[in-house]
Ligand binder design. Structure first.
Ligand SMILES: Cc1ncc(COP(=O)(O)O)c(C=O)c1O
Length: 352
């Protein structure tokens, strides 16, 4: 084919996270376990009631109400889509686009700037402090220079793992007249949530996903809680019937397993403590994590080499070694105890 894509897309790299067959897969921050067996049984029953020849409920009312109830907000404050990535894309379709700007503070979740570029939104990049925390002075500079329509925060931040302090998020919301998107894909692992900051007249929205804590990465379901006026704009931008019937049923059902989800989060947080302590005994620098993954940097060996050596031992983690400001860093997802032990043993061997 001779037709070229849009000029602004032509040189853009795609999003790469290798999917390879390995014994221990700790690279994409998924839940280590499938949903509870009772969930799968009841989902099977529910699937039998779907009217396959009809379009699904366009406004996904039952799911919307279930999410709203889960967070004690109004259904009009909830927008859901095919993964929180699509939620972010919808925000940018409605509030970004040509001539507008989205601000990110690197290092952070790569898809914020990637999706912004795809939607034709200008990306303005601020840097984090030496210790990888958000620097309010830098936020002030970026906001003053570019007046971004959308500012992305990620709390806990991927790939560094640290949650933003509540005062910081409040301060950013006060600095910009634009929208502040707080991406809480890992929010359940963190000590606090920005959900309490969402209000009808405030510029804060919070995005969440079923991909991590709910063990449902395969379903592709995420959502946003924000002011009703903003949600109404997102509803206009979403394609008709964008949420299929299976997803609507699965998401609604998952929310009746909240106790099980919380127990799993608590177990992962404990396991995170064990893995972090074990890493501290190895020749690596480790960052504090409020999420289900840990960032570390081998001291005496290059990150690429360590990543490759782990892969040769059938352990796949995330290679951040070439990312700006993360030279030599690697990120490991907290898995089952057995998976984490396999990772730690392989890492100890590689570094010995
Ligand atoms: C910070 C962050 N936001 C959003 C996502 C995407 O989530 P989803 O699977 O809901 O699209 C991820 C996935 O890794 C993530 O790390």
């Amino acid at each position: 084919m001779t037709l070229a894509p849009r000029d602004d897309l032509a040189l853009m790299p795609g999003y790469h996270s290798p999917q390879v067959d390995v014994a221990v897969r700790l690279n994409t921050n998924e839940a280590p376990e499938a949903p509870p067996a009772e969930f799968s049984r009841r989902l099977g029953e529910a699937l039998a009631t779907i009217e396959w020849h009809r379009y699904p409920d366009r406004g996904y009312r039952t799911l919307r109400e279930a999410i709203a109830k889960h967070h004690a907000v109004a259904p009009e404050q909830v927008f859901a889509a095919n993964g929180s990535n699509e939620v972010l894309q919808t925000v940018l379709l409605a509030y970004g686009g040509p001539g507008r700007h989205g601000a990110v503070f690197e290092p952070t979740y790569a898809l914020h700037s990637h999706i912004a570029r795809i939607t034709g939104t200008g990306v303005v990049v601020g840097g984090r402090s030496e210790d990888l925390t958000l620097d309010l002075g830098e936020v002030r500079r970026v906001v003053a220079e570019h007046a971004p329509e959308v500012t992305f925060l990620c709390s806990p931040n991927n790939p560094t793992g640290m949650a933003e302090p509540e005062e910081t998020v409040g301060a950013v919301a006060g600095l910009t007249p634009g929208i502040v998107v707080v991406d809480e894909a890992y929010g359940q692992f963190a000590p606090w949530s920005a959900l309490g900051m969402v209000g009808d007249e405030r510029n804060v929205v919070v995005t969440r996903t079923f991909s991590k804590t709910w063990s449902m990465a395969g379903a592709r379901l995420g959502y946003l809680v924000g002011p009703p006026g903003l949600v109404a704009e997102l509803d206009k931008v979403a394609l008709p019937y964008h949420l299929d019937a299976v997803k609507q049923v699965a998401g609604t059902l998952a929310l009746s397993f909240t106790d099980e989800m919380r127990a799993r989060v608590a177990a992962l947080v404990e396991e995170r403590g064990r893995v972090t302590a074990a890493l501290a005994d190895l020749p690596v620098d480790v960052w504090r994590s409020d999420a289900n993954f840990v960032l570390f940097r081998p001291r005496a060996r290059d990150g690429d080499g360590v990543w490759q050596a782990l892969l040769e031992r059938s352990v796949l983690i995330r290679n951040c070694a070439g990312w700006p400001r993360l030279e030599g860093c690697l990120r490991v997802t907290i898995g089952t105890r057995a998976e984490d032990d396999a990772f730690l043993a392989a890492l100890a061997e590689v570094l010995s």
